[in-house]
Design a protein around this ligand. Structure first.
Ligand code: CP
Ligand code: NVA
Length: 310
């Protein structure tokens, strides 16, 4: 019920609102089957290669387990061990892998690298996080919100912190589904202009309201969900001390969360740093759905892999 066969997922720009909704419905079905112990073998004989240039727990395990649950195979390819680590080009790697396997997931730094990989690969390429986007995460975020709220209508999602990869994909996801999205971030850490411009364009067609503010309280006011991510992303480690200071006013704690609706959901892509971007009382508290959200990575990615490969 989607037309994603053979397509790449580099950013959520690659998916229409209808594509996203069908993926969520398919994910719900696959999740139910998994819970019931029903075996699905839609990807029998298919192999997914997973290239990682950064660490990962959820992305790696959810893709590997998901692929195997669908009867397929997954190959973990650390860039340290690939010839990429010794200077073989992305273009050559893409063309060689296309001879062996059916799809590539890659986690890398510059978004241009995944674009280059996709240009040269003759097989679908899936983004497992770049410096600019994390589309699979945003699909799992939507699924989690949908499971709790039963609909996207009239919702407001607030993201507080660094306006980078996870925020970018969340903004696009919300705009596509007509969810109001507000980003609370310090000066200089706003979402990139080219993302905000795209999000505004989509929001104008779906009726979503997009707000970017320095004021975390304004961002969170009346929100149905509050979202946090680490203050120091992978690759920014040398800025960690400075970031602790800059982002301190953006901690999600009881005082800030009190501005949201009383039945707000707390979301976090994980890994989390307790007492930095979020207090333990919030992430381990009654409104937190972060582990369900992590689990949903696998279910929604299974739906995606099936749509692209089956
Ligand atoms: N949220 C997420 O992508 O987690 P990992 O870095 O563990 O894959
Ligand atoms: N913004 C974080 C997300 C990790 C899943 C990072 O890029 O490190």
């Amino acid at each position: 019920n989607t037309n994603l066969k053979g397509k790449d997922l580099l950013t959520l720009k690659d998916l229409s609102s209808d594509d996203i909704m069908s993926l969520l419905e398919s994910a719900i079905e696959l999740k139910q089957k998994h819970k019931n112990g029903e075996i699905v073998t839609s990807l029998k004989g298919k192999t997914l290669g997973l290239i990682f240039e950064k660490s990962s727990t959820r992305t790696r395990v959810s893709f590997e387990a998901g692929m195997m649950q669908l009867g397929g195979n997954a190959l973990f390819l650390s860039s340290q061990d690939l010839q990429i680590g010794r200077g073989e080009t992305i273009a050559d790697t893409a063309r060689v892998l296309s001879e062996f396997i059916d799809a590539i997931m890659i986690r890398t730094f510059e978004h241009s690298k995944i674009e280059e990989l996709a240009d040269y690969a003759s097989i679908p390429v899936i983004n497992g996080l770049t410096d600019d986007y994390h589309p699979c995460q945003a699909l799992a975020d939507l699924l989690t919100i949908y499971e709790h709220k039963k609909s996207f209508e009239g919702l407001k999602v607030a993201y507080v912190g660094d306006g980078n990869n996870v925020a970018h994909s969340l903004m696009i996801a919300c705009a596509k589904m007509g969810i109001d999205i507000s980003i609370g971030c310090p000066d200089g850490y706003e979402p990139k202009d080219f993302v905000t411009a795209y999000v505004n364009e989509i929001a104008a067609t779906t009726g979503a309201k997009v707000t970017i503010t320095k004021d975390p309280v304004e961002a969170v006011k009346n929100a149905d969900a509050i979202y946090a991510d680490v203050w120091t992303s992978m690759g920014q480690e040398e800025e960690a001390q400075q970031r602790l200071k800059i982002f301190a006013p953006y901690q999600v704690n009881e005082e800030l969360a009190a501005y949201a609706k009383s039945d707000y959901l707390f979301l976090h892509c994980l890994p989390a740093h307790r007492e930095e971007e979020v207090t333990a009382s919030i992430i381990d508290g009654p409104n937190s759905v972060v582990f369900q959200q992590a689990g949903n990575r696998m279910h929604v990615q299974k739906a995606l892999l099936q749509a692209i490969l089956a």
